[in-house]
Design a protein around this ligand. Structure first.
Ligand code: ADP
Length: 500
């Protein structure tokens, strides 16, 4: 086992990895930007190294500086977390070239899965079903039109280098194709520096179900079951569950075997995830493999009792998996809500400010993977995810009830958050029934963001009294000052009312 590991990330995931190091008896080293000086992840680690100014391009994305930091403190390995440098093949190679261990897959496996078109080709070669679509990148909108006619509308244009839903466009008819092709290519160029676009048949109302795998360097590759990730807004996951209500034990076995086949074909080692679209008739299609730890890994941890982050470190240090496929039987139900500093009532606009108060839920079956505390400044430099709230229950109904209770216990003052959106989702009858697909949340969004959460009597009365008093005060002010005061007051009142 390593003596010392450097964590090349920030926020909740850096803290998560530091915790795993602590439990393994491994010293941890955090890196932080100027904006993150004194942040929870930097304080939690045994050592912390400043790596530059707030913009990630000048700090968390500077691979060479991070490697130099690791060497300077005598770390033997680097855990990249997710995002930032986690799926950069060049970074994994540079870490190895510096004589350090990259806690993740071999660079060749990252390369094999780095392009969606290459990953599709590998899957096809391994007899793994993929969504029908163009073989490789399309040279022009005209070529895209030919392919679209072959597969039939609607189609989905995708960036070969894609991630995070960027560079994707649904095209419902031929007339929309040219503009969508141009837009997707421009977006892909801006996001990934690569404008290659390919095309897939757009599957109507599937689920997004992904399989977690763990592979050691001794040839053992195991599937840890599925995660249900269909609840997405703009192709971004918002809530995840394990297991999936749509997956039977037979389907789990078959999807698991498929994911293991993909991992073996890519020469995969460490933790990885194969994403699939699951159609209503039970057929499934491989989408891509994420060659890193996923944001939503805790739901798998809670139903399998396997600590994925500790295993990432143990595998990287050469250890063999101590369990086999037969030992992996999901137990109970886990749900994760991504708590972001976004304002659902205003189109999920990012909200910035200083967290004035943070009341974290606890009690039976509740896990809080957070990266912020009271006093943390939430700016626009980094991802808006503040924390993940994860619960475990004996079954799905208990998990939903528990998540609802935990969300009620959560208070974040100072920035707008997605908390109330999640509360309403947990109250939604269709969500509770499990009858949803990847487009469901978008269809349902209006009702989930428009309705005010129930206020308890006392609080509602207090707000009403304050509103009346304020109205009275404002009515006595000169006109311009009154308008300004009114605006300020309304936004404060809205924040208060939303908080419930
Ligand atoms: P990214 O890497 O940008 O996240 P993915 O290929 O993983 O892109 O797709 C993101 C999401 O887009 C999926 O979870 C799914 O909701 C939707 N999606 C992807 N491919 C298709 C398809 N062929 N038909 C319908 N929806 C799709």
């Amino acid at each position: 086992m390593f003596d010392k590991v450097l964590v090349a990330n920030r926020g909740e995931i850096a803290l998560r990895i530091v915790r795993a190091c602590n439990e393994l008896g491994v010293a941890s080293v955090a890196v932080y930007s100027d904006a993150d000086a004194g942040a929870p992840h930097a304080r939690a680690a045994d050592e912390a190294v400043n790596i530059g100014p707030a913009p990630s391009a000048e700090s968390y994305l500077l691979g060479d500086r991070i490697i130099a930091a690791a060497l300077s403190v005598g770390a033997q390995a680097i855990h990249p977390g997710y995002g930032f440098l986690a799926e950069r093949e060049w970074f994994a190679r540079a870490v190895e070239a510096a004589g350090l261990v990259f806690i993740g897959p071999p660079p060749d496996a990252i390369a094999a899965m780095g392009s969606k078109t290459a990953a599709r080709a590998l899957a096809i070669k391994s007899s793994v079903p993929v969504v029908p679509g163009s073989g490789g990148a399309l040279a022009s909108a005209a070529q895209a039109r030919e392919a679209a006619e072959e597969f039939g509308y609607p189609v989905l244009l995708k960036a070969a280098a894609g991630g995070g839903g960027k560079g994707m466009r649904v095209v419902r008819e031929a007339g929309e194709l040219e503009a969508a092709f141009g837009a997707a290519a421009r977006e892909a160029k801006a996001a990934f520096g690569d404008d290659s676009i390919y095309l897939e048949k757009y599957i109507s109302q599937p689920r997004h179900v992904e399989i977690q795998i763990l592979a050691d360097s001794h040839g053992n590759v195991l599937s840890l079951g599925e995660r249900e990730c269909s609840l997405q807004r703009r192709h971004q996951k918002m809530v995840e569950e394990a297991p999936s209500i749509a997956v039977s034990p037979e389907l789990r076995r078959s999807m698991g075997e498929t994911a293991v086949r993909v991992a073996r074909a890519a020469g995969y080692v460490n933790a990885g995830t194969c994403e699939f679209l699951l159609a209503a008739d039970g057929s499934f299609y491989f989408l891509e493999m994420n060659t890193r730890l996923q944001v939503e890994h805790p739901v798998t941890e809670l139903v399998t009792d396997v600590d994925l982050v500790q295993w990432q470190i143990r595998i990287a240090s050469g250890e063999k998996l101590t369990f086999s496929q037969g030992d992996i039987v999901p137990r109970g139900w886990a749900i994760e809500c991504r708590i972001t500093s976004e304002d659902p009532a205003n189109g999920f606009l990012p909200s910035t400010g200083v967290i004035q108060y943070l009341g974290v839920p606890s009690g039976p079956g509740v896990r809080w993977d957070g990266g912020v505390e009271a006093g943390s400044e939430v700016g626009l430099h980094y991802d808006p995810m503040l924390a993940k709230l994860i619960v475990w229950g004996e079954d799905r109904a208990q998990a939903i009830a528990r998540m609802h209770r935990a969300l009620l216990e959560l208070t974040i003052d100072g920035v707008e958050t997605s908390r109330d959106f999640h509360l309403r989702l947990m109250e939604d009858a269709e969500f509770k029934s499990g009858a949803f697909d990847i487009q469901w949340l978008e269809r349902r969004l209006d009702s989930l963001v428009a309705v005010s959460p129930p206020l308890d009597g006392l609080r509602a009365a207090a707000i009403a009294a304050a509103l009346l008093a304020e109205e009275d005060r404002v009515s006595r002010l000169p006109a311009a000052a009154a308008a300004a005061a009114d605006d300020q007051w309304k936004s404060a009142a809205r924040r208060e009312a939303l908080r419930g």
